[in-house]
Design a binder for this molecule. Structure first.
Ligand code: F6P
Length: 328
């Protein structure tokens, strides 16, 4: 028999991403629609351990669909990785009468939810929220589309100054161990080269490519470097290396950093967050647990947590070829 769910908790965990607020709104309002009480859990799993909960209704989430960050705050909790931490969290949830939760976060947050579910048979559901797009089981994570738009806008601006001074820029973008952001913004902003962890371009090929760019009469060059790139040199070392080997280039470096995680979510992320929130709550209501909601072929789908965590989200290698052709 289905266990009736009367109170659902919602938390945001790990690195924040644009669209998290829209997801909180969607979870809270779907609960209200189905006459289920909803509790916001502050500061991710840290707040769960401390019992830092707030009851939320449909009006508590007004005016947040367009806001970056997360009104519930976020954290990467070390304590939740311990048995004692998770036990304390379970006691707090029981005390508040919460009988299921939705976690918006990345693979670390899902691993935590999965272990918690195994230990306490507690219903859990995940919404993928990270700018990195590094989660298996969804073509898009929340915040990824917004981050792409933010980064493309910034690279356009850097291009203005790069071409005014005939300079070469190495621009480091986020993405942890994957190159999704780098390949897409590289094509979208017309970069001459894209360095990502999934492909080892090699320093010689980089120099060849830059020489070709110069010879073809380009006045500026942009090389997008994923933070997890494995070419063996960081962006500052790359600058030194190129300046040593190609004296004709004046090189600058720009590390975009956390600005990539901020800002108002794109329309795509707001719609995605709304769909994911509805799917997550309605899946819990129908007795499903231990899944991540995701987007596949424009349909909302469920992927078991263990697959979402273990699986690899592959970059689209066709984009690298497109980039090579475009940067001729
Ligand atoms: O996972 C999102 C992300 O922004 C990564 O792109 C980056 O590597 C990491 O988080 C940075 O983490 P923190 O905000 O803890 O420095």
């Amino acid at each position: 028999m289905l266990q009736t769910i009367k109170k659902i908790g919602v938390l945001t965990s790990g690195g924040d991403a644009p669209g998290m607020n829209a997801a909180i709104r969607a979870v809270v309002r779907t609960c209200a629609f189905h006459s289920i009480k909803c509790y916001g859990i502050y500061r991710g799993y840290e707040g769960m351990i401390d019992g830092d909960f707030v009851e939320m209704d449909a009006r508590s989430v007004k005016g947040i669909i367009n806001k970056g960050g997360t009104i519930l705050k976020s954290a990467r909790s070390k304590a939740f990785r311990t048995v004692d931490g998770r036990k304390a969290a379970y006691e707090q949830l029981k005390k508040a009468g919460i009988d299921a939760f939705v976690v918006v976060g990345g693979d670390g947050s899902f691993t935590g939810a999965m272990v918690f579910n195994q230990e306490f048979n507690f219903p859990v559901m995940g919404i993928p929220g990270t700018i990195d797009n590094d989660i298996f089981g969804t073509t898009h994570t929340l915040g990824y589309d917004t981050a792409l738009n933010t980064v493309v806008e910034v690279i356009d601006k850097i291009r203005d100054t790069a071409s005014s001074h005939n300079r070469l820029f190495f621009i480091e973008v986020m993405g942890r161990d994957v190159g999704h952001i780098a390949v897409n913004v590289g094509v979208g902003a017309g970069a001459e080269e894209i360095l990502i962890p999934e492909e080892d371009l090699g320093l010689d090929r980089l120099l060849d490519s830059l020489r070709r760019s110069k010879a073809s009469g380009k006045s500026s060059s942009i090389v997008v470097v994923a933070e997890g790139d494995k070419i063996g040199k960081n962006v500052f070392e790359l600058k030194d290396y190129v300046e040593e080997n190609m004296t004709e280039y004046e090189v600058r470096v720009s590390v975009l950093g956390h600005m990539q995680r901020g800002g108002s979510p794109s329309c795509f992320d707001r719609v995605l967050a709304s769909r994911m929130g509805v799917k997550a709550v309605e899946s819990l209501i129908t007795g499903k647990s231990n899944y991540m909601v995701g987007l596949k072929n424009d349909v909302m789908d469920l992927t078991p947590f263990d697959q979402a965590v273990k699986g690899k989200s592959k970059i689209n290698k066709e984009l690298l070829r497109v980039s090579d052709i475009m940067s001729i």
